[in-house]
Design a protein around this ligand. Structure first.
Ligand code: 5RP
Length: 229
């Protein structure tokens, strides 16, 4: 396992340790959250916690939760989400995030924003002084609106590119059947305003700026031969 994978594993485990019996858990998407899902499953199997139900944020999270024996529920059935655990692509000092590296940010925002406590799990490579420094802002767009949305984003000063899949054989398609446009902004001075402005463009479903949603950031860091949280 690489040092980064080790950080992801330990931080996922630390988040899973915070899940209590009789709770409804938002299950995020990505390689770090995958470890949290695995450890929640292990704690359930060991009888350490009981009566836990998950609400997945993607097809990937659904498959993983089933693999690890976590019973699932839906937003129609559940009256609350006690805790959500999810990864991020960038985290700034104000706990604002860029998400959507896995094209799952639309469902993630619904679930993470509803949770009483939203815990973000990241390795220390995700910490930035300013959002947009290392990662582009993902924007989910309905297919027929891709060209006008890209033009509107250019007028805002962004440089949009359609996200392509592995081997560039075709575009990435989200769980909702939409496309993702990744946008480079030279400087994101007001993430809250940009989040709203992007969502106001007709044809945009949701963007990956998560402002004021996260409650706690768990960061994995390698120190010597140990990972500390
Ligand atoms: C998916 C996401 C992920 O949480 C984000 O990309 C982080 O993933 P990873 O833990 O694999 O680095 O937002 O849409």
């Amino acid at each position: 396992m690489t040092p980064q994978d080790l950080m992801k594993q330990e931080v996922g485990k630390a988040a899973a340790a915070r899940v209590q019996s009789n709770s409804i858990v938002g299950l995020g998407t990505g390689s770090t959250t995958a470890f949290a899902i695995e450890f929640i499953g292990k704690r359930l199997a060991a009888g350490e916690i009981t009566n836990v139900k998950g609400i997945p944020t993607s097809f990937q999270a659904t498959v993983l939760a089933k693999q690890h024996g976590i019973p699932l529920t839906t937003l129609d059935e559940a009256d609350r989400i006690d805790i959500a655990i999810d990864g991020a692509d960038e985290v700034d000092p104000h706990k604002n995030l860029i998400k959507g590296g896995g094209a799952a940010h639309t469902q993630e925002k619904v679930v993470d924003a509803l949770a009483n406590q939203f815990i973000v799990v990241v390795d220390n490579t995700k910490l930035v002084d300013k959002l947009g420094s290392t990662f582009l802002v993902p924007v989910e767009v309905i297919p027929m609106a891709v060209t006008p949305v890209m033009r509107a984003i250019e007028k805002l000063g962004g440089k949009p590119q359609l996200r392509m899949g592995v081997k560039k054989a075709g575009p990435v398609v989200t769980d909702q059947g939409n496309l993702v446009v990744d946008v480079k902004f030279d400087s994101i001075d007001n993430p809250a305003e940009l989040e709203k402005t992007l969502n106001n463009i007709p044809g945009v479903l949701e963007n990956g700026l998560f402002v004021g949603v996260a409650d706690l950031i768990l960061v994995g860091e390698v120190q010597g031969d140990k990972v500390i949280i």
